[in-house]
Design a protein around this ligand. Structure first.
Ligand SMILES: *[C@@H]1O[C@H](CO)[C@@H](O)[C@H](O)[C@H]1NC(C)=O
Length: 408
């Protein structure tokens, strides 16, 4: 009896320790959790939008061990990327694909079957009948169990490495960027994610960029951005009114310049928070990869002018801004250089959230190379340990400073 009750006590602990305080809302430039406290994103990107369309790393480790690593440096959110093609398969091609089929389709029958076998060896809860979406479900559940929130990100339409101007996914109407399917996919994931107690937000599209092939694309400008993005936001809000909606900008999401100031977007249209009944669900996201910068002031000035102004004293649209991508190689001492140290200082100073690129030490396949080595990965190739312990100590310092900056 004694043994049993102490076992029960231990088993009950995690849910007490890791309370999930969803949903979130935006208030001025803050993201507020369901208890009324500030919540500042401090997390990492976990890619799931490659050719296989299964979150990476599971041929090397269990989901629980990967999530435990993320937890061990106090991160509180994962930006989990997905491709619209996964939903197209569910809707148009007879339902979600089994992970076994997804691996053999993307990696060939020999390697695909081999990787599939490794995945189910490390993650024995999966089998031949497990589908890709069920892997997303399992990752969300494990993150929730460990008190970590999920931010979904639509990274691509067609599953592949992102992003270039010639990958057919750059802009509305580009080769693979079918607008109706994009909206349908967002709606589907927002709705599906209602079953995840820790889903708090979704990014509508990663890194808009000017396509090389402008043939079938809509005009690359702010007027088109506004005409396409805001109806998609509306659809997502209807599908799941609880989650925050992240709006990303032009030029690989480095520019949201006219949004904080409600400038004319080109056709007399202006973005005004007050136009939206769900204004308290709207958040801006920016990316920054000025990895060779030698002057922190340049990074700071650029980020501010390109969008962080929304968190300032007198923007027209006062909103939270989250730096959902930045990152650098873990293979050398880049973590000591201007770019890394500047953002490490700036994010807590601005009391701003962020998700670093990237957890993956390797990819199932990237740009045609299988078992691709990712030197930017926080984890090593086998996802078994950190790639660079000193860089991680510095990163954990950034997490802790970020969380301390907005603690009540
Ligand atoms: C959130 O943090 C900011 C900055 O420290 C502070 O001004 C604000 O009062 C905090 N909000 C809550 C609800 O604690």
């Amino acid at each position: 009896m004694r043994l049993l009750s102490s076992f029960l006590c231990v088993a009950a602990l995690p849910s007490l320790l890791f309370a999930l305080n969803a949903p979130f809302h935006a208030s001025s430039s803050w993201i507020i959790d369901s208890t009324g406290a500030n919540f500042t994103y401090a997390g990492v990107n976990w890619p799931g939008a490659g050719e296989v369309m299964i979150p990476e790393g599971l041929q090397y480790q269990s989901i629980a061990s990967i999530v435990s690593k993320i937890k061990s440096i106090n991160m509180n959110v994962v930006r989990l990327t997905f491709a619209i093609e996964m939903i197209d398969d569910i809707k148009d091609n007879g339902g979600d694909v089994s992970i076994q089929k997804a691996f053999t389709k993307a990696l060939g029958s020999t390697n695909g079957e081999k990787v599939f076998q490794q995945v189910i060896k490390n993650n024995p809860q999966f089998s031949t009948s497990t589908t890709r979406l069920q892997v997303f479900d399992a990752i969300a559940a494990e993150l929730g169990k460990q008190g970590i929130y999920v931010h979904l990100d639509n990274h691509m339409s067609k599953g592949a490495w992102c992003c270039s101007t010639n990958d057919g996914n750059a802009w509305f109407g580009d080769t693979y960027f079918n607008v109706d399917k994009w909206k349908r996919g967002l709606q589907f994931m927002a709705d599906h994610g209602k079953a995840w107690s820790n889903l708090v937000s979704i990014g509508l599209r990663n890194e808009f960029r000017k396509p090389d092939n402008t043939g079938s694309s809509l005009a690359y400008d702010w007027a088109t951005w506004y005409a396409q993005v805001m109806p998609a936001a509306e659809i997502v809000n209807k599908a799941n009114p609880n989650i925050l909606i992240f709006l990303s900008g032009l030029d690989f999401d480095t520019k949201l310049t006219p949004i904080p100031t409600a400038d004319d977007l080109g056709n007399g249209k202006k973005f005004r928070l007050t136009d939206y009944t769900y204004a308290n669900k709207l958040v801006l996201e920016l990316h920054n990869y000025q990895t060779s910068a030698t002057n922190c002031g340049d990074i700071e000035g650029g980020l501010w002018n390109n969008g962080f102004r929304a968190t300032g004293q007198t923007p027209v649209n006062k909103m939270p801004v989250v730096l959902t991508e930045f990152g650098f190689t873990q293979a050398d001492n880049s973590y000591t250089k201007t770019y890394a140290t500047c953002l490490k200082k700036l994010m807590p100073q601005w009391k701003t959230g962020w998700t670093v690129w990237v957890i993956s030490g390797s990819y199932y396949i990237r740009s045609g190379t299988q078992d691709y080595e990712e030197s930017w990965g926080l984890l090593n190739h086998q996802w078994s340990d950190w790639r660079n312990a000193n860089a991680i100590t510095a990163l954990k310092g950034m997490v802790d400073a970020t969380l301390a900056a907005t603690a009540s």
